[in-house]
Design a protein around this ligand. Structure first.
Ligand code: 13P
Ligand code: SF4
Length: 359
């Protein structure tokens, strides 16, 4: 357990009651696949039938039915990242998107309770933007190799050794890292944010490859850190070139967390939402997505005529979030994301600056 989860005071300094105390527990619903459940979930099955065989639907449907009921009853909203599995993304999420879209949407949510289907830093970002709301993550262990690569103390050391150099921090970091930085970025706005500074040298941390990819597009000197995404660092230029050789008509689109040699082989690079938009707008006949597996599955049903080639890698952290755990979250009001008030205000500023820059 880290210091962020140990905070025992609310955002307003009052002793914290648990979410279960504030909202009460519910009974675990009956999970029988009844004719009523089959009827009510049939339209949702249409959205995922490319990925879930009909014979398996009776296992998924009762969870989906129960989650959607309880979500309404609790007045909760479910935010899901583009890497969530299709049954989460298409059947229980109210809002889906990339990190920036989810941060923006989190700032506009009316609901009292946010269930974040994604990784811990995303839930923390939602909490930062909604200090008075209850933010739940279905599995507290859903981390991120980039977030774990750096601490607030590391950033303080970098700043002490490089006074006056602005610090842009990828949103894939903990709140104590965000608290030490000038502004956050995501892969969709990193270049614009780096360029928004008048200084010639800018820190872009902790993703070394994202920083190297940005450095290729700007005249600024970029200082970085040796953090990597454990999913995207596994792709190689050689494997992509082999696909291209076998099928010269294929379009390759990659996430900027990949090594620059990989991005050099891609026809397009962008955040997960930018990749989705590219596929929907360009409709390439065959496309290879150089990113997490669920992305292709989630867009496939919305991009008819596009054939997806999937040399995907799974993000083990994103995959910790499952339908049974989402249901448990709503029944028992867990796991609640809390942030030490001593760092929350500074971390919030860094996120708000990013969100406001795009407005
Ligand atoms: P996006 O901001 O592109 O959604 O990326 C988040 C992420 O974790 C990619 O690995
Ligand atoms: Fe972190 Fe990579 Fe997983 Fe994204 S895909 S959450 S960057 S480990």
């Amino acid at each position: 357990m880290n210091m962020l989860q140990m905070a025992d005071k609310n955002w307003d300094g009052k002793p914290m009651e648990s979410a279960a105390e504030r909202f009460g527990l519910r009974e675990m619903p009956d999970l029988t696949y009844t004719p009523a459940v089959a009827r009510e979930t049939a339209p949702l099955y249409e959205r995922v039938k490319m990925h879930i065989p009909e014979i398996e639907w009776p296992v998924f449907a009762p969870y989906i039915h129960a989650i959607n009921r309880l979500k309404k009853e609790r007045g909760a909203v479910i935010l899901a990242h583009n890497y969530q599995t299709p049954e989460i993304f298409h059947c229980v999420a109210d809002i889906g998107g990339d990190s920036l879209q989810l941060a923006r949407e989190a700032g506009n949510v009316d609901a009292e309770i946010i269930v974040q289907c994604g990784v811990h830093f995303m839930a923390e970002t939602s909490k930062l933007l909604n200090p008075e709301k209850t933010v739940l993550i279905p599995d507290m262990r859903a981390g991120c190799s980039l977030s774990e690569s750096i601490t607030g103390a590391d950033v303080r050391r970098l700043k002490a050794a490089n006074p006056g150099v602005p610090v842009v921090t990828y949103v894939n970091t903990s709140a104590d890292v965000k608290a030490e930085t000038d502004i956050c970025c995501t892969s969709s706005n990193a270049l614009a944010i780096v360029e928004s500074f008048k200084e010639d040298t800018v820190f872009c941390i902790p993703d070394e490859y994202l920083a190297m990819n940005i450095a290729k597009q700007t005249s600024k000197k970029i200082l970085t850190w040796k953090g990597h995404c454990e999913v995207h660092e596994r792709f190689t230029a050689a494997e992509l070139l082999a696909y291209k050789e076998a099928d010269p008509g294929i379009q390759i689109i990659g996430h900027p967390e990949c090594h620059p040699d990989v991005i050099a082989v891609c026809d397009f690079s962008g955040s997960t939402a930018q990749m989705i938009n590219y596929v929907k707008d360009e409709r390439p006949p065959r496309v290879l997505l150089v990113t997490e597996c669920s992305m292709a599955s989630n867009i496939e049903s919305e991009a008819p005529g596009v054939e997806f080639i999937k040399p995907c890698n799974l993000c083990p952290h994103m995959k910790r979030i499952t339908l049974p755990k989402i249901l448990e979250s709503l029944v028992y009001m867990k796991e609640e994301v809390t942030i030490d008030p001593a760092i929350a205000d500074r971390a919030r500023l860094a996120v708000e600056r990013m969100v406001n820059l795009g407005k």
